[in-house]
Structures are given as C-alpha cells and as structure tokens.
Ligand binder design. Structure first.
Ligand SMILES: Cc1cc2nc3c(=O)[nH]c(=O)nc-3n(C[C@H](O)[C@H](O)[C@H](O)COP(=O)(O)O)c2cc1C
Length: 477
C-alpha cells in the first residue's frame, strides 16, 4: 500500500480545511463553498443548433471488455447504460473505438467496421434508452452523444493482451526502450491509407446515429504521437505544420465524406517527459536530452510555454471548423500522475511525486488559459475525479466563471454513475460511492482483466477478478 505523504481528500471535511490545505501547499485551485442545484452546472449550452442540457460531460472510458471481433459485451452495455443514467448531457465518445484491427490497444477493444456497426449502434441506443427511462421519454432532446475513434499506434496490442505490436509515429529514444521487440514506424503511405479508415469509421458512426466523432489526439496514441513527431522525416513530421497534417486530413476527410457529422478533438494539450518508478516507488522523470519528440512539453512548471503548441493546434482546428475541444494531458503509460491524478498507483505506475491535487489544478489551469484565449471554442476539462467530495464545488466555480464550459467526469462515473443527477437535484452525495482513486480500474486491464470499479461498485466487487486486483494493490504482483 502506498505511503503517500499527502492528506486524503476525504479527510478535508470542511471548506475551511480544504482551502487551508490548498493554501498551505500552494496549489492554485478555486472552489465555491456551496453548490446550487440550479446553478452554473445546471445551465444548458446552445451553439450552432446543438443544445446540451447541462455542464456535466462523461469522458470516454473503455473497459477492456469487448469481444475479439470488436463488439460490445454485456459489461460494455452496462457501462453505457450507466453513462445514460448519469444525468450528464454530453457524452464525449463513450470509449475509444479502433478504426481497424492493428490499432486496437488490447484484444478486447471495440472496433468499428461494417461487421460490428450494428452492435456499436446498439450502445448508443442502450445509453439513450437508459437516459429516457431515468429522466423521461423526451429527456434525450438535449443529450449530445458522440463516439471516440482511434488508432493506438505505439500502444497497440491487438492480438494478445500482454504483447505489444507498436506502430509508432516516430522513434522515441526513451519510450522505445520500453519495447524490447522493437518499434515499427508507420510509413507516409500507410498513414494516407489510415486516414481512409478513420473516414470509413466516421461514416459508420454517423449511420449509427452518433452526432459527432472525436478524432482522438491524446494519451500517447497515434493521433497524439503524430503531433509530437519532430524527428520524423517527410510530409508528416518535423514542423508543427507537418505534424498537424495527419489530424487535418482525418478531419477534412470526415467533413467532406460525412458532412452531417460533427468532428471534435480530445487532445493531450500539454505533456511531461516520461516518468519511471524510482527505488522508493515514487515517480521520477527520465533523463532527457531535450530533443525527444513531444507536443506541448512542460518544463519547470511553465504552463504558458507548454501551451505554445496547443495554441497553434487550436487556432488551426478553429479554422478547420472544429468547435468542441476536450483537454487532457500526458499519457497513462508514461506519466500517469499528470493524466489521471491518483492516491494509489496502478500496477504499472509509481507513487505520486506530488500531491495529486496539483495534477488536477494543472489540467484545470491549462483549460482556463485556453478558454480565455479561444472564447468561441467549447471546452471540456478533465481530471476532476480526484477532487472527490469537492468535485461539484470546484466544477461549479470554473463553469460559473467561464473558465471551462463542461466538467468532464472519468473514474468517478465507474463508482458513482449518477453523481451528476444527484448534484443537479440537490441530493447529498453518497460518500461511500465516491471514487478514492485506488486505480484498480487501470490495474485490472494491466493484468489482462476487464476494467471496472472493483472496490466500490458492488457489481464488480462480486466478480472473480476483484480479489486478485485487490491483492496486487495491497501486496504487489
Ligand atoms: C479505466 C479507464 C479507461 C479510460 N479509457 C479512455 C478512453 O477510452 N479514451 C480516452 O480518451 N480516455 C480514457 N480514459 C481517461 C479518462 O477519460 C480521463 O481522462 C481520466 O480518467 C482522468 O479523468 P478523471 O480524473 O475524471 O478520472 C480512461 C480512464 C480510465 C480510468
């Protein structure tokens, strides 16, 4: 069990205690002392004919629980139904769905092809059905539902759960060492063909009733790695203009082939160097030369500098007609503490090198800076789960002050799916359901098992995997 020296959020029971801890630790995070059921989080947002009923967004979260042919199982459908009963009105993609087999991050990742389309369409139906059952037969009129499409690139493991089959954007001197069997870099011609696969998947998503697709560009997967491919020669590498070519072609390809479909982008808007576990279990940065590929690399906590690449990308996306941006950071594989701040590390992670609240504050700060600079873009922020009891208070503050448009919810939805509904109806939060960031949802898949909230969701608690995941957390593998 981690010896993390930071106070648990659950122990900061009053606004005064939470504020004092933030001040003492010099963590720049604001919050409202009280949350109003009909306050900022309950306000609809209307833009370009799209009406979204409130300011909660369900972030994409996969469960490593599809079939080998890329179709959902009962576990997948249950998760999507939970998204539907959450009360959130924006569903940012549901989960990462590969556009073809070699782009799957695991052999159980969903895949969108003509053969799987009916069942992927069924997920949306399932979600909308659950939403109507819970909130009324017309409740989906202000629900905005999209699908996240992806190729996992360097982190592809399409055939065997613990065997990498990396197809990278470029070589990376530090990350390549983590792939002892080598890394193959995709050729320009292969990337050209891959664009067509994205467009094909987007067409299927549109035919399935999804209102938008997210051309995923985050977490070290291909769309993100392309943005940092400084050392790659040719049309897709080198200058930032070249590095944006892949996502540009995906977006323009979809816009011209499927004009009725929205295209949005989830992007790791800043990054840090890869971290590794030190002898005492705490994460430390790898030694770098400074020439490694990266997009929005942060050094010395200089957020303004780190967002330079992101600003160029957002200006470009705005020109392409992309309006909706979901900000996230880094990668769960090489710097999980910035991507999903947690008290307990996952199996392949490390004890947090900073108070996880600092990681939350960093992502919120990045989003606020960009919202101020790009007021016409709609922003969804991420990494709120670690706030636990204080999530609604922090979320309300940042939405109320126009620093983000939506509060994105990840892990907390696995343990407490209808937290938004409770907040919006003024009910007291169910403390026993609040995610405490045990990271079992990440450790499960790292052991080749399905993901879910093993400690807090009674459904997963009762599954055979629960004991093994708990033992690994407490005692190590
Ligand atoms: C089990 C699990 C699965 C995830 N799957 C995806 C995914 O498919 N696509 C994606 O963009 N992010 C994925 N994420 C990242 C989350 O969307 C989110 O960015 C992250 O958990 C931080 O938000 P939180 O603090 O609310 O959990 C996943 C996270 C977890 C824990």
């Amino acid at each position: 069990m981690s010896q993390t020296p930071y106070p648990r959020v659950a122990s900061l029971k009053t606004a005064a205690a939470f504020r004092a801890h933030l001040a003492q630790s010099n963590i720049p995070l604001q919050f409202d002392d009280t949350v109003a059921a009909s306050g900022a989080l309950a306000q609809p947002l209307e833009i370009d004919g799209v009406r979204v009923g409130n300011r909660f967004c369900i972030l994409p979260m996969e469960g490593w629980d599809g079939t080998s042919s890329g179709e959902p199982t009962g576990l997948t459908r249950r998760r999507w139904r939970n998204f539907g009963i959450s009360g959130a009105k924006l569903i940012w993609g549901g989960e990462a769905v590969a556009v073809r087999h070699d782009g799957r991050a695991n052999p159980n990742q969903l895949m969108l092809t003509p053969a799987t389309q009916t069942s992927i369409a069924g997920l949306r139906d399932e979600l909308i059905g659950a939403h109507r059952e819970r909130f009324g037969s017309n409740a989906d009129g202000d629900l905005f539902v999209g699908l996240q499409i992806t190729h996992s690139g360097r982190f592809a493991r399409p055939d065997v759960w613990d065997q990498s089959a990396p197809l990278a954007a470029c070589h990376h001197p530090i990350l390549d060492r983590r792939f002892p069997n080598g890394v193959r870099v995709l050729t320009d011609e292969e990337l050209d063909r891959l664009v067509e696969d994205y467009v094909g998947a987007a067409r299927l998503a549109y035919d399935s009733g999804y209102q938008f697709v997210d051309a995923k560009a985050c977490h070290g997967y291909l769309g993100h790695e392309m943005l940092g491919a400084k050392t790659r020669p040719g049309r897709y590498g080198g200058s930032l203009e070249n590095r944006m070519r892949f996502i540009t072609q995906v977006i323009q390809g979809i816009q011209s082939a499927v004009p009725g479909l929205g295209v949005v982008v989830r992007v790791s808007i800043f990054d840090m160097v890869p971290h590794r576990k030190s002898a005492d279990g705490v994460g430390v940065p790898e030694q770098v030369s400074g020439d490694e590929p990266a997009f929005g690399l942060m050094t010395d906590e200089d957020m303004d500098h780190a967002l330079g690449d992101g600003r160029t990308l957002l200006r470009h996306l705005e020109r392409l007609g992309v309006k909706w941006i979901c900000t996230t950071a880094g990668s769960p594989y090489y710097n999980p503490h910035i991507q999903r701040p947690a008290f307990f590390p996952p199996l392949d992670g490390y004890a947090p090198p900073e108070d996880p609240l600092r990681g939350v504050a960093r992502q919120i700060d990045a989003t606020a800076r960009l919202k101020a600079e790009f007021p016409n873009l709609v922003f969804v922020g991420s990494a709120y789960s670690y706030l636990q009891e204080w999530l609604p208070n922090v979320g309300q503050y940042y939405v109320r002050n126009g620093h983000t448009d939506f509060v994105g919810l990840g892990r907390v939805v696995l343990s407490y799916p209808d937290l938004p509904a409770d907040v919006l109806s003024g009910r007291t939060l169910r403390r026993q359901a609040i995610c405490r960031t045990f990271s079992d949802c990440t450790t499960g898949p790292r052991l080749g098992m399905v993901s879910g909230c093993y400690p807090l969701d009674p459904f997963y608690e009762a599954r055979p995997e629960a004991e093994r995941v708990r033992t690994v957390r407490v005692k190590g593998r």
